[in-house]
Design a protein around this ligand. Structure first.
Ligand SMILES: Cc1cc2nc3c(=O)[nH]c(=O)nc-3n(C[C@H](O)[C@H](O)[C@H](O)COP(=O)(O)OP(=O)(O)OC[C@H]3O[C@@H](n4cnc5c(N)ncnc54)[C@H](O)[C@@H]3O)c2cc1C
Length: 447
């Protein structure tokens, strides 16, 4: 029988839709329900995990066979200082709603992931990064205070100065240090909701790195798309985008209306090697013939995928893996070249291949993913053993380069790779709340 306050949810799937399982889910409306829910779960011999909007790709926001507290109804703004740009809100508030609230006052999130359908709690727990990592660092860098509920201490207020160890374990802590009840962040000033965006085609990976490093001083937001199906002379070609906020207004907010929603899973064959090559060539041709400079609203510049509802169904009923790694800058572009070559050799590429550099700013979390280097993110349709074999090859390339994978995107990295990539793990383990766990964490604890 489900503990009081929970219902059985069968076949839940994360964003990548590969893993599936049953969980007991509660959807509280008030933060003071959390203690009762966690205690009820514990009394039944179960662990808890808080979740946001389920935008993590693998099993880090799953707690299969255990209990999950869906925080998305805890979404109240608790305080907003529009003069100094400080916002405190419950952890279930989505970034989309935060933006709607702050933009008219000339503020924006200091850093944002590639979707606005992420909660404040989820942004903290994965210490998410955006296209402006070089300037702003990760999301955690702008967090001033967090209200955290722990099974052993009740509610505690944590901050970098008062509780440094628990703060840096909670930022990027994958929801394992307790329930994040509220978050207070310092916002960034903007003078317009639009950006000047410049697109620059590049012919190979060395050119990408050159443009990326050159752009760091003069451009806040940088990102590149790479054509992963091109071989021979076109290998590593792509389009680099760099952007800065304008300062001449207006301050208009986005709407959450979608232009397109995928109603059903596309059959897996829709994304076979041939169609991918054609799609990549088309994107490349379109991008390079489009005007080099344009003015874009932030919704278009930061969140292009949000315009397509449920785009994760594009990969068919078996779902997809996202592989996101960072390799140290000292290794240059060779690891990325090896990764792209391995992917292209088996004809299992993707149209969504994103390349970025991370800047010098150290990440605040013990398990934060970003570090100075080059990060590659690629979607790979799940074709069973064949795909797992490819991803293992990619793991070896990343490990040999001294890199690591992003847990928010992961559903299958070997525990040894996690340990090697995250040397602060022993410090982190000391801060875990014993009442909390996740499918990802249990997988990492068992070799
Ligand atoms: C289209 C797309 C683009 C993306 N782009 C980026 C990107 O550019 N950069 C980037 O860094 N990430 C990116 N992501 C990943 C996404 O930002 C993270 O996975 C984010 O953490 C998801 O937040 P969520 O609210 O959906 O939380 P969930 O996915 O539900 O949970 C994420 C983690 O947060 C924990 N958690 C959530 N709420 C709480 C709480 N209140 N208390 C304690 N723990 C909690 C969960 O236990 C879990 O470990 C992208 C995802 C998508 C789908």
């Amino acid at each position: 029988m489900a503990p009081r306050g929970y219902h059985v949810a069968r076949g839940l799937r994360p964003w990548g839709r590969v893993q599936t399982g049953d969980q007991l889910v509660a959807r509280p409306r008030f933060v003071d329900e959390i203690a009762t829910l966690v205690h009820a779960s514990r009394a039944g011999g179960l662990t808890s995990l808080c979740t946001g909007l389920g935008r993590s790709y693998g099993d880090s926001a799953l707690n299969q066979g255990q209990t999950v507290i869906d925080m998305s109804r805890l979404d109240r703004v608790l305080a907003f200082d529009a003069v100094n740009g400080v916002l405190r809100a419950e952890a279930g508030l989505g970034l989309s709603d935060v933006i709607t609230r702050i933009v008219p006052h000339g503020w924006f999130l200091p850093t944002t992931p590639g979707t606005r359908f992420v909660t404040l709690g989820g942004a903290v727990a994965n210490d998410v990064h955006g296209k402006n990592h070089g300037r702003a660092g990760t999301f955690g860098a702008s967090v001033r205070r967090i209200g955290l509920w722990r099974s052993d201490r009740g509610e505690v207020e944590i901050s970098p100065d008062l509780t440094p160890e628990l703060f840096c374990a909670t930022v990027g802590g994958l929801g394992l240090t307790g329930a994040i009840l509220w978050v207070e962040i310092q916002l960034a000033r903007i003078g317009s909701s639009r950006l000047d965006v410049e697109t620059i085609p590049f012919g190979n990976l060395d050119q990408f790195l050159q443009i990326a490093l050159e752009s760091e001083a003069g451009h806040e937001h940088t990102v590149a798309w790479v054509d992963c199906s091109s071989r021979g002379p076109g290998f590593g070609r792509g389009v680099f985008t760099r952007a800065n906020w304008r300062d001449d207004g207006p301050l208009t907010v986005h709407t959450d209306r979608r232009r397109l929603t995928l109603p059903v899973d596309l059959p897996g064959f829709a994304l076979n090697g041939l169609s991918l090559a054609a799609l990549n060539a088309l994107i490349h041709a379109r991008q390079t013939t489009r005007p080099r400079r344009e003015i874009c609203h932030y919704a278009q510049a930061f969140y292009p995928l949000d315009a397509i509802g449920a785009w994760n169904r594009l990969y068919g009923p078996r779902g997809f893996f996202q592989f996101q790694c960072v390799t140290p800058l000292g290794a240059g572009m060779q690891p990325v070249a090896d990764l792209l070559a391995a992917i292209s050799a088996v004809g299992q590429g993707s149209f969504l291949v994103v390349l970025k550099t991370f800047g010098e700013r150290a990440s605040p979390g013990l398990l934060s993913f970003p570090r100075r280097g080059v990060t590659l993110a690629i979607d790979v349709a799940n074709r069973g053993e064949r795909t797992l074999a490819l991803l293992s090859r990619l793991d070896r390339i990343v490990m040999a380069a001294g890199g690591r994978l992003y847990p928010a995107k992961d559903g299958r990295m070997p525990p040894a790779m996690f340990r090697a990539g995250y040397p602060e793990l022993p410090r982190f383990i000391g801060q875990i709340d014993p009442a909390f766990s996740s499918s990802f964490w249990r997988r990492m604890c068992h070799d």
